[in-house]
Design a protein around this ligand. Structure first.
Ligand code: SAM
Length: 277
């Protein structure tokens, strides 16, 4: 039997605590509990699992993650949301710890613990830097997080999962896919948010796979920055300024007349391995 006290509807929470959405904080709230439960189900069963959420806001997704049985650490920058989150701490005893602060400055691994599932409806202005930070974490042979389930604007989601040769293919696809499987798990219509943003959104699900041996991310970052800095140019032009890059292409057997958007993730990884050797 569930003896949890009934929680007020999210609209009431927003009204009671005066949580008028702040554009500067990227606040577009999700209030549909069924949708939120579907998002919280994407990582798989969460009973007793560790989870980490950025930007719980009034707590809609937070509730869904807690209903799924996770032990959750949530970081929220907007202090106005803290009383509503304190109510959730009481309603789900021992399951939720809220940190008041900027997720960019929080050590997620230290706070959430190894193996945590990261689940968030991300604020648009810090979503990509946070993703890059999680992707750049130590992998030995896997990162501290078990999965990333993240809401992005559709255009960013498309860049994360883009395949070689497509318009959206670039640095973000390579940094996301070289040691993770990345897929769009759910598209979310703008009308699902309060207030509705201008664009559609999507939830991306990333699961880590062992890092390819002998490749350091700094070489992959330098290589992809140079290659996609001038994406319409041939590699022999765009990589000219990166010491060793043209020799590395030759070692791997990549034609320098190709453009960055035609080079697969595996090929970039192979070049980065030679660059760093
Ligand atoms: N999780 C809620 C939901 O799904 O309805 C709110 C999502 S809203 C898109 C983004 C949330 O991130 C807001 O609550 C905002 O205050 C918070 N936020 C913005 N920047 C932040 C930062 N740097 N660190 C932590 N939280 C942040």
């Amino acid at each position: 039997m569930n003896s949890r006290p009934a929680l007020p509807p999210l609209r009431e929470v927003i009204a009671t605590h005066g949580l008028a959405a702040s554009k500067a904080l990227g606040q577009n709230f999700l209030l549909d509990e069924q949708l939120l439960d579907r998002i919280a189900a994407i990582p798989g069963p969460l009973q007793d699992a560790a989870a980490f959420e950025v930007g719980p806001g009034p707590g809609g997704l937070t509730r869904a993650i807690l209903r799924a049985g996770a032990r959750l650490v949530a970081v929220e920058r907007d202090r106005r949301c803290l009383p509503a989150l304190a109510e959730l701490e009481l309603a789900f005893p021992g399951q939720l710890r809220t940190i008041s602060g900027d997720a960019m400055a929080v050590d997620a691994r230290a706070e959430a613990g190894d193996g945590a599932h990261v689940i968030a409806n991300l604020p648009y202005n810090v979503g990509t830097p946070l993703l890059i930070g999680w992707l750049s974490a130590d992998w030995s042979p896997l990162p501290w997080w078990s999965s990333l389930t993240l809401m992005f604007q559709m255009e960013v989601a498309e860049r994360i999962v883009a395949q070689v040769g497509s318009n959206h293919y670039g640095r973000l696809a390579i940094l996301s896919q070289w040691r993770s499987d990345a897929r769009i798990a759910m598209k979310v219509h703008r009308s699902a948010f309060t207030p509705p943003p201008k664009v559609m959104s999507a939830v991306v699900h990333l699961t880590p796979k062992p890092a390819p041996e002998g490749v350091q991310i700094k070489y992959l970052e330098r290589l992809t920055a140079a290659a996609f800095g001038q994406r319409r140019k041939m590699l022999r032009q765009s990589l000219k300024g990166l010491p060793g890059a043209l020799d590395a292409l030759e070692v791997i057997g990549i034609d320098p007349q190709r453009r960055a958007e035609t080079v697969s993730v595996e090929e970039f990884v192979a070049v980065a391995r030679v660059l760093g050797s």
